[in-house]
Write a protein of this length. Structure first.
Length: 286
């Protein structure tokens, strides 16, 4: 009886956790994790909304239902068929109906899971026509970005120190010195690669997670429907500073994006020229 009580308590705790996860996920602000938060970050893309629906409203109920059914069945068998209640054990070895049920029902459950899964995978890896193409390169341990259709505009994004992030009122371990800026409601195609080891470019609110593999270009995409700043981190164990390789994407209006482009082309062109002159000076002095 003590085991049954413990099992019931675990089920109640699991149901409470499920409810809290769904509630927290819906209340979480998009873009970044919150302290003691549960569940997925709030989505800001159509693919992310579908992925969150599948996780919270489809898979979790199925998993909880199966767990409850199996637990109740085990409890019933333990109580009903214990030695005290059955001095002479049953010699039943086959039951055709039960065998058909426990074969057909799992197949139906898997089909019910597979259909939306295939739809989600298709949505993730079949992008619409791109409005903007961004090349993402992972390095140990920072990211570099190149706007392929903006005259080769490129820059590195390195994590801010704790003091720098605090001064800028940005989350520690997530903010970078230069941020990716994209227009709201536009399809952004990502060409993702790496220069050294395998990294992984991940933004939970976009429902994007794609490995960056040296010598190979992987493709992903997103279309953010809400302006804001969205954070992510490298999700591949890429070395000793793996946890210090954040991603910062700001989604703005088209007017703000156009203004940022003009400023960024001047800013990063000057930085590239300074770096080039410095390199040339080193070569001459050598």
């Amino acid at each position: 009886m003590r085991k049954i009580t413990s099992t019931v308590q675990m089920l109640v705790a699991g149901a409470a956790l499920w409810a809290a996860t769904a509630q927290t996920a819906s209340a979480n602000p998009a873009g970044h994790p919150i302290e003691k938060g549960l569940g997925l970050q709030a989505p800001v893309t159509e693919v992310g909304e579908f992925g969150n629906w599948m996780y919270n409203d489809w898979l979790l109920p199925i998993i909880v239902g199966i767990t409850l059914f199996v637990t109740v069945l085990l409890a019933w068998v333990i109580v009903r068929y214990r030695a005290g209640a059955n001095p002479e054990p049953s010699k039943t070895s086959h039951n055709t109906l039960i065998e058909v049920i426990w074969t057909v029902v799992p197949v139906l459950i898997l089909v019910a899971i597979a259909i939306p899964s295939f739809k989600l995978l298709y949505s993730q890896y079949t992008p619409p026509k791109a409005d903007l193409t961004l090349k993402v390169t992972g390095h140990q341990w920072y990211w570099s970005y190149e706007y392929m259709d903006q005259d080769g505009l490129s820059f590195d994004a390195v994590m801010l120190s704790d003091d720098e992030a605090k001064a800028a009122n940005l989350p520690r371990l997530l903010a970078t010195d230069n941020r990716v800026v994209v227009p709201v409601g536009k399809t952004v195609k990502l060409l993702i690669t790496a220069s050294d080891v395998i990294h992984s470019w991940t933004i939970p609110s976009f429902f994007v997670k794609m490995d960056a593999v040296p010598g190979r270009i992987n493709e992903a995409w997103f279309k953010a429907e809400k302006p804001g700043i969205y954070y992510g981190q490298c999700s591949e164990l890429c070395g000793i500073r793996h946890g210090f390789m954040p991603i910062m994407v700001e989604v703005v209006t088209e007017e703000q994006f156009a203004a940022w482009l003009e400023e960024a082309k001047t800013k990063f062109a000057s930085a590239a020229a300074t770096e080039q002159y410095a390199s040339a000076d080193v070569i001459v002095r050598q």
